[in-house]
Design a protein around this ligand. Structure first.
Ligand SMILES: [Zn+2]
Length: 108
């Protein structure tokens, strides 16, 4: 039962971090456009851009170093380059946790 709870907690953590990363990437253009429209200032826009770069860097690193709840390896890292795919780069588990969507199907 504890293993199931740990798996669920790990899965939620993985999904939360992936969502944070994709939201940070998605807000870039609307944020820059809105700040430019409102402020009409390159300096203010540059400040927002700098804050965004820091936050997206944090999001990318948090997501890259999140462990897979099934195999315990880094979900998005195999070697030193992070790849933000939906499947674990080690065991093939899908980010949704749905076994039917796993990359490597269990034959048993
Ligand atoms: Zn895995």
């Amino acid at each position: 039962m504890t293993n199931r709870a740990e798996f669920e907690a790990g899965l939620k953590k993985l999904q939360r971090r992936r969502l944070f990363l994709w939201v940070m990437i998605a807000i870039y253009l609307p944020m820059i456009w809105t700040v430019l429209e409102i402020s009409q200032s390159d300096r203010t826009t540059g400040l927002f851009f700098a804050v965004w770069v820091v936050l997206v860097g944090i999001a990318a690193n948090l997501t890259a170093f999140t462990r897979c709840p099934r195999c315990g390896e880094f979900f998005h890292m195999n070697g030193c380059i992070p790849l933000y795919f939906r499947h674990c780069l080690h065991c093939g588990m899908h980010a949704s946790g749905d076994e039917r969507r796993d990359k490597f199907k269990q034959s048993s």
